[in-house]
Design a binder for this molecule. Structure first.
Ligand SMILES: [Zn+2]
Length: 354
């Protein structure tokens, strides 16, 4: 990892465009001989780097970040596909491929972060004193240097599901930017140290373009990248107004609680959730829907803390003879059936469906 701004270097592709040398991470000018697969491309790049795509107007810049999580390939695949189209963007485009080494670690595109490392998209807040923190700091510094007019961070959801955006604000400029990708935005009220919380001086959005294995995800990412690249004014004439879902609750396991995903209650875990919980990512989940089995310990196994630390779990959920149900119709997002992600991150997000 390149931890020293003085090491900054430019690895030029076949084009001889001028690239700024003041970024702390390597900058690679748009390549003309791109490989077929995202894996081969990352193998050429080897580590975190910027891809610089010169636009018609070099005085303005837009930034696209992807691969903060090594197991979320759609942004990288979409960017590769779009670069192959050889389209000149309206203004300069800087695209960051973040966790290249993580994605390349076998099996490829399977590690959110490397074993023993922190989640990079939780490192955009102090302290910056480990490798992940230093990389987050370099990314933040580079973005500040670039002074972009828009910052977009492309992810896959942990489970299968439709695309949506996450943003700390829902101003008309945020909504316009989101509308090029999807039609729904979640505005959280808790801060986790993610990139979108950084004040980049411009509208900043996260795009969750759907699950890594959902066919639509690549299309969502590709279309969004293309639209954001080619439009002269991305804040004017958005295609539609996204739905805004304010302050969803992040639903987590309490510390030390174990979870399994299985069709029937498991004796060796505190909570059993159904593997089909990812279906709840679509539409509304009613009060009759069982999400899983919590047994005698009931609601005390999970928590839904707001920014003041108040727990909303017993308001959002009810227990019926050991089965976990919504206490009101809920819109559920980012439900995963991966126990590691459920334990290290969260079970899902939920907001009342009214
Ligand atoms: Zn992610």
């Amino acid at each position: 990892m390149n931890n020293n701004a003085a090491d900054s270097r430019c690895i030029c592709g076949s084009l001889t465009d001028m690239v700024p040398l003041s970024l702390s991470l390597p900058v690679i000018s748009r390549q003309t001989d791109l490989p077929h697969s995202a894996y081969d491309w990352l193998n050429q790049l080897q580590d975190s780097c910027w891809i610089y795509v010169p636009g018609w107007n070099p005085k303005r810049r837009r930034v696209i970040v992807t691969l903060l999580h090594g197991n979320e390939p759609s942004g990288t695949e979409a960017l590769l596909a779009w670069l192959k189209e050889d389209v000149t963007p309206a203004c300069d485009l800087y695209c960051l491929l973040a966790s290249v080494a993580t994605a390349l670690t076998p099996p490829e595109f399977s590690h959110r972060m490397l074993p023993g490392s922190r989640d990079l998209n939780r490192c955009f807040a102090p302290p910056y004193d480990d490798d992940c923190g230093r990389l987050a700091r370099q990314i933040t510094d580079d973005i500040a240097y670039l002074e972009p007019e828009a910052l977009i961070d492309i992810h896959n959801t942990s489970g299968s599901g439709p695309s949506f955006a996450v943003a700390m604000d829902y101003s008309p400029r945020h909504l316009a930017l989101i509308s090029w990708f999807c039609n729904r935005v979640i505005v959280p009220d808790v801060r986790l140290g993610s990139l979108m919380e950084v004040d980049a001086g411009c509208p900043t959005i996260t795009i969750e373009c759907g699950g890594a294995r959902d066919e639509e995800s690549l299309q969502v990412a590709y279309q969004g990248i293309h639209q954001v690249a080619v439009h002269e004014d991305i804040f004017k004439s958005p295609p539609h107004e996204p739905e805004v879902l304010l302050h969803p609750q992040r639903v987590e396991l309490k510390p030390g609680v174990s979870v399994r995903y299985h069709e029937a209650p498991c004796e060796d875990a505190d909570i059993t959730l159904w593997p089909s919980i990812e279906h709840c990512n679509f539409g509304t989940t009613g009060i009759d829907t069982s999400l899983g089995w919590v047994g005698n310990d009931g609601i005390g196994l999970i928590q839904a803390l707001d920014r003041d630390g108040e727990d909303h779990a017993s308001r959002l959920f009810r227990i019926d003879r050991g089965w976990l149900h919504p206490a009101m119709p809920l819109k559920i997002f980012m439900a995963t059936s991966n126990p590691e992600i459920a334990t290290s991150d969260c079970l899902f997000y939920a907001v009342p469906a009214d």
